[in-house]
Design a protein around this ligand. Structure first.
Ligand code: SF4
Length: 489
C-alpha cells in the first residue's frame, strides 16, 4: 500500500544515501571500495572457516550482517528511477512475509538447474536473517559440487590506454574530457610503445593475460583498436589479449562501416583472445537511460556478445549494482545472461561489480545510493551462483571492490574465483576505492589458503597456467614506475 509520494531533491539525496535497495535503513557505514579498520567481513570469514574446520554453527556470528538491515518499522522509503519518493507499507515489507518453505523450494529448484521466474529471484534478493543464511549456504554447497575446494585466479595486467572519453556515464569517475584536468589526474593517451612495454613487462612477471579497455576517445576508430592489438601481440605473441568492451567493439565497427560480425572477425584475426563483459552495467533500459544514456542498449550489448560467441570468442559477464537499481533489475539481468549462455555457452564467468560511489557523478549529484550493502553483495554472488546454474560455472569475487576480506567472505557465498592480480588497476581507484593496484600471487594464495581452500593459477579461459609463467609470477620484481602521458590529440 502506498502512503504518499514526494519529489524533493534534498530528501531524495538523504534517503538514497541511507537506504538499501528495498528502501530500508542501511544500518552500516561500510560501502564497496572502503577499507575500514574494524572489518566485519573478517568476522564472517573466520566464523565460516571455523565452521568448515570444526563443523560449528556459523549462523550466530554471521547474523550480524543481515540483522543490520532488518526493517526497524513497517514502512519502507523507496526512490524511483525518476527520483520520486514513495513511502510504502507492506509491499516492500512483504519481503519478510514469505515462509521458509517457499525459499527451500526455490533453492532446491535452482540447485537442480531449473530456471527461476523473475519474481522468484526478486524474492531471494529480498531475504534477510535466517533465509539470507540459507541462500549463502545453498550457494556454497553448489559451488563445492561444481568447483570443489579450488579457488582460481589469473596473473594479468590492466592497460587502460586512455581516460579520454566522449561518453557521459553517470557512474564513471575514470573518464576525463579531452582538455580538462579534473578530480584524479590529467587526461592521458598512451603511445603504442608504452602499451607494448607494459605488456612485455607483464609477461616477464608471469602474466598470461593482458586486459585492455579505455575511454571512447573521440579520435579512435576501429583501426585504433586493431593497431593496439597488433602492437601487444608483436611484443608478446603468446599472451592472451582480453580486450575491448562491447561498447568499444560497437564503436570500432561503426567507425569502419563494418558489421559487428565482420569487425569481430578482424579483431580475432589480429589476435584478440576474448572480450570483457563490461559496459553491461544493468541490462534494463530504464536504468540505462539514467545511468549511461548514450551507451549501448540492453539488446545491443547482448547482440555484441551473441555475435562474439558465435565466432568462437569467449567473454566474461558482469553486473554493476547498488546505485539506483532494485532487485527487479538484478533479476532481469541474471535472466538475460542465463538465456544467452544457454544458447551460446560463450561466457566464461560472471563478475558482480559493486558500485563504487565516492567519486561517481550520479552520487555526487545526490541521485544514487552508496553502493550495495554487505548483505546485498553477498546475496548477489550467492543468487548468481544459483540462478546461473548449470550454465555459468564460475562466479568471481572482485577483491578490488570488496577488499581482501570481503572477497574471502564471498568465497563462502558461491564464489570460486578471485579474478586477476591486475598489476595496474586504475578504473576502480579513480572511482575512490582504496584496495590497491595489485595483489601479487604470494598474497593472493595466502588469502585463499587462510580460509582452507586451494589456490590455483589459471589462464583467462580457465585452464591451468603454464609452469614457466607460474614460476615467473612468484619471482617477479617490482613494476617500473608509470608515467601517464598528457593527451596529444
Ligand atoms: S564508463 Fe567507459 S564509456 Fe562510460 S564514461 Fe567511463 S570510460 Fe567512458
Amino acid at each position: 500500500m502506498e502512503w504518499t509520494c514526494l519529489q524533493d531533491s534534498c530528501i531524495t539525496s538523504a534517503v538514497l544515501k541511507n537506504s538499501n535497495s528495498l528502501g530500508f535503513a542501511r544500518g552500516e557505514a561500510w560501502s564497496p571500495g572502503i577499507s575500514t579498520s574494524s572489518d566485519s567481513f573478517k568476522e564472517l570469514c573466520y566464523s565460516r572457516k571455523s565452521h568448515f574446520i570444526s563443523n560449528s554453527d556459523p549462523i550466530n556470528s554471521t547474523s550480524l550482517l543481515s540483522s543490520n538491515e532488518y526493517p526497524s518499522s513497517e514502512a519502507a522509503i523507496c526512490v524511483g528511477i525518476t527520483g520520486k519518493i514513495s513511502i510504502t507499507r507492506d509491499s516492500a515489507c512483504t519481503v519478510t512475509a514469505h515462509s521458509r518453505g517457499d525459499i527451500s523450494f526455490l533453492l532446491d529448484r535452482a540447485m537442480a538447474g531449473d530456471t527461476l521466474l523473475e519474481e522468484e529471484i526478486v524474492q531471494l534478493f529480498s531475504c534477510m536473517g535466517e533465509e539470507f543464511e540459507q541462500i549463502c549456504r545453498a550457494a556454497d554447497q553448489l559451488r563445492t559440487t561444481v568447483n570443489g575446494n579450488k579457488v582460481t585466479y589469473v596473473i594479468n595486467r590492466n592497460i587502460n590506454y586512455t581516460n579520454v572519453c566522449s561518453y557521459k556515464c553517470q557512474f564513471c569517475a575514470f573518464s576525463k574530457g579531452k582538455f580538462t584536468d579534473t578530480l584524479r589526474g590529467k587526461p592521458y593517451l598512451l603511445p603504442l610503445e608504452e602499451i607494448a612495454r607494459r605488456a612485455y613487462e607483464a609477461w616477464d612477471r608471469g602474466a598470461t593475460e593482458i586486459c585492455m579497455q579505455g575511454g571512447i576517445h573521440p579520435e579512435f576508430t576501429g583501426e585504433t583498436y586493431l593497431n593496439i592489438l597488433c602492437c601487444v601481440k608483436s611484443a608478446v605473441p603468446d599472451v592472451h589479449v582480453h580486450a575491448f568492451s562491447p561498447l568499444e567493439v560497437w564503436q570500432g565497427a561503426k567507425t569502419l562501416g563494418l558489421s559487428i560480425y565482420d569487425y569481430l572477425l578482424e579483431l580475432r584475426k589480429a589476435g584478440l583472445g576474448s572480450i570483457p563483459g563490461t559496459a553491461a552495467e544493468i541490462l534494463d533500459d530504464r536504468i540505462r537511460d539514467v545511468l549511461c544514456p548514450d551507451k549501448l542498449t540492453t539488446q545491443e550489448w547482448l547482440e555484441v556478445m551473441q555475435t562474439a560467441h558465435s565466432i568462437g570468442l569467449k567473454s566474461t559477464s558482469t553486473i554493476m549494482f547498488g546505485h539506483l537499481d532494485s532487485p527487479h533489475h538484478w533479476a532481469k539481468h541474471l535472466l538475460h545472461l542465463r538465456s544467452l549462455q544457454r544458447e551460446t555457452g560463450g561466457f566464461t564467468e560472471f563478475v558482480p561489480l559493486p558500485f563504487i560511489h565516492m567519486e561517481a557523478p550520479l552520487f555526487l549529484k545526490g541521485k544514487a545510493r552508496r553502493g550495495p550493502t554487505r548483505r546485498e553483495c553477498l546475496l548477489m554472488h550467492a543468487i548468481a551462483r544459483l540462478v546461473l546454474h548449470p550454465y555459468i560455472t564460475n562466479i568471481q569475487a572482485s577483491w578490488v571492490k570488496m577488499g581482501p576480506s570481503g572477497a574471502q567472505a564471498l568465497l563462502f557465498a558461491g564464489c570460486n574465483d578471485m579474478g586477476g592480480t591486475l598489476m595496474n588497476e586504475s578504473i576502480t581507484r579513480a572511482a575512490g576505492a582504496s584496495h590497491g593496484e595489485e595483489l601479487p600471487p604470494l598474497q593472493m594464495e595466502a588469502l585463499i589458503r587462510s580460509i582452507g581452500r586451494d589456490p590455483e593459477q589459471r589462464t583467462t579461459l580457465y585452464s591451468a597456467a603454464s609452469p614457466e609463467q607460474v614460476k615467473k609470477s612468484f619471482a617477479a620484481g617490482p613494476l617500473q614506475i608509470l608515467k601517464y602521458m598528457p593527451t596529444t590529440g
